[in-house]
Write a protein that binds this ligand. Structure first.
Ligand SMILES: C=CC1=C(C)c2cc3[nH]c(cc4nc(cc5[nH]c(cc1n2)c(C)c5CCC(=O)O)C(CCC(=O)O)=C4C)c(C)c3C=C
Ligand SMILES: [Fe+2]
Length: 387
């Protein structure tokens, strides 16, 4: 029988407080997380941002027991998926490949090569596609495939996103219904979807389909829930000075409080496991914002974790993928990311994004030349012997 493997992709999280700094450095070193015009700036800037953020981030991890539960939960999902596949007649080895912490994607690939896997299903544990999550992992895998001839022997299938999968929608609806039914008057509770945000320019300039997939997913979950509750969608976890997708979760909670909403359930929508952004950000920070805004009864729907319907959804995705035609990782990436490559490399005349990017690059070079002149006392043209 052919050897089948499933590679579960996720972001990864620090296992203990000392891991927070290096984890953040890995995260900010990724050009899919911070998009810069010059690749040589990436590592110094990653070091700077990670150093400035480590203490605050460590405080947050302290509040949830000193580390991320992401690895433990992802491994439990993998075990449950293996059993579910077995029950459906499909033997498979499951591998976990994290993007920014252990077990790294590279470690998973080394293991599955050693196990002589012949057919591989690549399944990101993000229901919706974003350049910053599944996209980043696909790019890394594409690079590993190009570098290692041994990997060419593996026939792989990629699942780009799966937010429409019926058992996933049912699992979400069931989890929401269970939470609503804790209230004396379930139908009047406000259902508040909170998705992880991304910078607005990912969607508007780089062609990230994330916002559209999040919006569709929210509508499908409400349809599956089939209850009369009002609902809101907002975006959490903003980092840095640029504008992110709006409305922001804290602003939207304040607005609902001001409108007189008293009962509210938060549904984390872009995550399938508990982690810092559910356990700390929603359960502690946003709960406080909600209560200060007058929302009296604040509950959160648990992430799907190892909910049987959710595991069934993952198994069905794997079985369907094994039967589907193969697409290259780079094709999947380009198919999802519909618009041009950012920053635009082709010059365009007029007040265009491309012209702004190139003006920025030229200005940056001018600034570097000025700094060199200030430090050395000699101009760049003198130094290279032109003047
Ligand atoms: C769909 C999920 C996620 C998207 C989209 C996403 C984009 C994104 N994230 C950052 C910055 C940070 N993310 C951090 C942790 C983190 N993010 C996700 C998910 C998405 N990120 C997960 C699952 C985790 C791991 C959490 C854990 O349990 O450890 C962090 C570190 C935590 C912190 O310091 O707050 C940062 C920073 C950006 C900039 C971005 C899009 C560009
Ligand atoms: Fe994040």
């Amino acid at each position: 029988m052919d050897r089948v493997g499933v590679l579960l992709l996720n972001l990864g999280g620090p296992d203990k407080l000392e891991d927070v700094g290096p984890f953040l450095y890995n995260l900010f070193s990724d050009p899919e997380i911070i998009r810069l015009p010059f690749s040589w700036l990436q590592k110094p800037l990653a070091w700077l941002i990670a150093s400035r953020r480590t203490q605050k981030s460590q405080e947050n991890y302290k509040q949830i027991g000193g580390g991320s539960p992401l690895r433990r939960i992802t491994e439990a999902q993998g075990e449950a998926l293996k059993e579910q596949l077995q029950a459906l007649g499909q033997e498979a080895n499951i591998y976990v490949g994290m993007r920014y912490w252990h077990p790294y994607t590279e470690e998973a690939i080394a293991q599955l090569t050693q196990d002589n896997i012949e057919h591989l299903v690549i399944l990101p544990l993000y229901p919706q596609f974003s350049i910053s999550t599944s996209g980043s992992s696909f790019r890394l895998l594409d690079k590993l495939w190009q570098e290692d001839p041994k990997l060419q022997r593996i026939e792989y299938k990629v699942i780009p996103s799966w937010y429409k999968q019926p058992s996933y929608l049912q699992a979400m609806a069931e989890l929401i219904a269970q939470e609503l039914d804790q209230f004396p008057n379930p139908d009047s509770v406000h259902v508040f979807f909170s998705a992880h945000g991304v910078p607005k320019n990912y969607v508007e300039e780089a062609g990230d389909p994330y916002q559209q997939e999040i919006e569709e997913c929210t509508a499908l979950i409400m349809q599956t829930l089939n209850r009369p509750n009002e609902h809101t969608l907002a975006y959490q976890s903003r980092v840095g000075p640029v504008e992110w997708l709006q409305p922001y979760t804290d602003d939207a909670l304040e607005e609902l409080g001001a409108k007189g909403v008293k009962d509210l359930v938060v549904v984390p929508i872009s995550f399938v496991s508990e982690h810092i952004e559910t356990l700390q950000e929603i359960d502690i920070e946003y709960r406080e914002v909600a209560e200060e805004s007058g929302i009296e009864n604040f509950r959160r729907v648990p992430a799907p974790n190892t909910h049987p319907l959710f595991i069934r959804a993952l198994a069905d995705l794997v079985l369907d993928a094994l039967k589907s035609p193969s697409l290259k990782l780079s094709q999947v990436y380009q198919m999802k990311k519909k618009v041009r490559i950012y920053p635009p490399e082709r010059w365009e005349w007029g007040i265009t994004t491309s012209a702004e990017v190139w003006n920025g690059r030229i200005a940056m070079l001018g600034f570097i030349a000025l700094v060199i002149e200030l430090i050395t006392g000699r101009g760049l043209l003198h130094m290279i012997g032109i003047l």
